[in-house]
Design a protein around this ligand. Structure first.
Ligand code: SRM
Ligand code: SF4
Length: 572
């Protein structure tokens, strides 16, 4: 492993990016964070420490609505919650932190975790400590490391779920960086309480602790690394958008027994407008491994990214480009060398659907679970719809397990059937009608955060989504398909945080009020959407969609979805 990128032996090694030098200078990821944190006169961190801060789970931001009067710094804090599983007590603690130090909302992300926005520098320590005290963590939820590991959250969808979740939690714990700086800076102690398969475990500390991370080495990964699990036929984690995916394969003679996984590699969404060397990409199916080798497999793939990812150009540094440029055969061979075993031929696995279940459903153990639609994942109180207060009241009284979905929604699991009516009534008191959570279209939408907190946003997303949903709902009713389900995703820039490149209709921000309109993703999230029109004005989106939807109604084949129709008849 080195900070130079792998290349032609005769040509001089290209210069590594500044981030690589930063990591090399502080392999424990500490930078000057502690000093700035302790300085009451400093309201923000310098650029170098801004980068280190990410590995600790926080982003320095400023309210872009207020920039005219100078930068007003605040922080976004992101937790690491493998599989999005949050015990009731932890949820209540997280919510209290949002109320005391945040804006005050909790934001469910597209990777099954929570973000706190609007935290001031003085609140940063208390929030990170508070998350830790609630047995959570923020370590490595951002930065050039393995990020939050996705796993299917919906009870009852497969008997394999508990086994798959255990593997997601195992990878999350085992692939977390070993630096003790996080604990020293934020917690004042060195005990790491990461949920793992075997409960909390203690981090190696003191002189015996490795100064250089044993997995990542001194310079960590060239870029972020994302892992997801999925259990076919449900692709509720958008597995093909991840650097590494594990598709669960059941024993054909016993559907409740996990045989192993098909390994996928090289997916990713991010791109830059006008830069053809960057593009969204679906992961390749590489091969099959037995369930017991999942950690070895993950370590092998992470080290392939570590050693072959581009460290000279951060826009070209994701694992997807290694796959695209070196190919699947090369990857298989490299994997076998590192993992100590070869992958077998991938087993048949078909995905048919991606979306969440809403309302009340039964679990296999006799319990009930509730699927709750959260618009853009934002848990907040507004007049007449006090969702945050409702969740607090319900979770405080009935103590269900909370599960976050990769579509920014929330599940309350393990509810006793006799509590269902009281919970429904409690939600209704707060204006949340569980039986009517929205049209099929509304429930299939996602938007990234974008303005005012995201420093990279070129256009609105989360804040523009409600008006857009209303307009498209009106249009769908006008053309006679008011209850049509169409996967719709919107982002404020091409980085793709709400995975727009997999949606049936997507808007990707280009400039204030202007979006690229994409069509052609599918229900199973296994096909990339394509650009249909560039730089469409927000107010013109409906007039662009109207003729397409009219044609869809007139020409659709039996059971055909809008995404499939556009591929057959519009984009062809
Ligand atoms: Fe993301 C950067 C929000 C999921 C691709 N993403 C950002 C930042 C941190 C902006 C920044 O770097 O300053 C955004 C913070 C906004 C804010 O104010 O909160 C941000 N990303 C999000 C979240 C919160 C969107 C959401 O609405 O839920 C998601 C948090 C996930 C999590 O919990 O870990 C989020 N981001 C994604 C996804 C979807 C996924 O992982 O399934 C992607 C596309 C998949 C991928 O990685 O290819 C994604 N985010 C990016 C990129 C493009 C990376 C690239 O390869 O080019 C950036 C920009 C960057 O890293 O430089 C980015
Ligand atoms: Fe920000 Fe762009 Fe991600 Fe949206 S897609 S949160 S605008 S980086």
């Amino acid at each position: 492993m080195s900070t130079t990128t792998t290349g032609d032996a005769n040509s001089p090694a290209p210069k590594v990016s500044k981030n690589e030098l930063l990591k090399e200078s502080y392999p424990d990821l500490s930078g000057q964070l502690a000093a700035t944190l302790a300085d009451p006169a400093a309201d923000h961190f310098n650029d170098d420490d801004d980068y280190f801060l990410k590995f600790h789970g926080a982003y320095q931001q400023d309210d872009r609505d207020k920039r005219k009067t100078g930068k007003q710094y605040s922080f976004m804090v992101r937790a690491r919650i493998p599989g999005g599983v949050v015990p009731a007590a932890q949820y209540l603690a997280f919510d209290a932190l949002a109320g005391k130090y945040g804006n005050p909302t909790l934001r469910v992300t597209t990777r099954q975790t929570f973000q706190w926005h609007g935290v001031l520098k003085t609140g940063l320590g208390p929030v990170i400590r508070g998350i830790h005290e609630a047995l959570g963590t923020t370590i490595a939820s951002c930065g050039d490391v393995v990020r939050n590991v996705l796993a299917p959250p919906t009870p009852s969808t497969s008997p394999l779920l508990p086994q798959v979740y255990a593997h997601a939690a195992l990878l999350s714990a085992e692939l977390a960086p070993r630096s003790t700086a996080y604990h020293e800076i934020w917690l004042g102690d060195t005990e790491l309480k990461l949920p793992s398969e075997n409960g909390n475990r203690k981090l190696e500390t003191g002189p015996a602790a490795a100064a250089v991370d044993p997995l990542y080495g001194p310079t960590y990964l060239p870029r972020k690394f994302k892992i997801a699990f999925a259990v076919p036929p449900l692709n509720d984690t958008d597995i093909f958008a991840n650097c590494l995916g594990f598709v669960a394969i059941a024993d054909p003679s016993n559907p409740a027994r996990l045989l192993g996984y098909n390994l996928l590699a090289g997916g990713g969404m991010g791109m830059s407008h006008g830069n053809k060397d960057t593009y969204p990409r679906l992961a390749d199916v590489i091969g099959f491994l037995p369930a017991a080798r999942v950690l070895d497999a993950a370590r092998a793939v992470v080290t392939i990214h570590r050693d072959f990812g581009d460290r000279t150009n951060r826009k070209h540094a994701r694992l997807k480009y290694v796959l695209a440029e070196r190919g699947v055969e090369w990857f298989r061979a490299e994997f076998a060398t590192r993992a100590g075993f070869a992958l077998k031929a991938a087993r048949p696995a078909v995905f048919t659907r991606q979306l969440d279940l809403f309302g009340w459903h039964s679990q296999a153990d006799g319990g009930r679970f509730l699927g709750l639609y959260i618009e853009s994942g934002r848990i907040k109180d507004v007049p007449g719809y006090t969702l945050r207060a409702a969740l607090n009241a319900v979770i405080g009284r009935f103590r269900p397990e909370v599960r976050l979905t990769a579509q920014q929604n929330l599940i309350l699991a393990g509810v006793r059937p006799e509590d269902e009516a009281a919970i429904t009534a409690l939600f209704a008191q707060h204006g949340v009608d569980l039986a009517h959570q929205g049209t099929a279209f509304r429930k299939a939408t996602m938007a990234c955060v974008a303005l005012p907190t995201c420093g990279l946003a070129l256009a609105e997303a989360e804040r523009a989504l409600p008006l857009l949903i209303e307009r498209v709902e009106t249009l769908l009713a006008e053309v006679g398909i008011a209850e049509e389900e169409i996967v719709f995703r919107m982002t404020g820039c091409p980085n793709g945080c709400a995975r727009p490149y997999l949606a049936e209709i997507a808007l990707v921000g280009r400039a204030p009020g202007k979006y690229n309109l994409l069509l052609g993703g599918n229900e199973a999230s296994t096909r990339l959407a394509r650009v249909y029109r560039e730089s469409v004005k927000f107010d013109d989106v409906v007039s662009e969609l109207r003729p397409l939807l009219q044609r869809f109604v007139a020409e659709r084949q039996t059971g055909e979805r809008f995404g499939d129709f556009t591929v057959r008849a519009v984009l062809a």
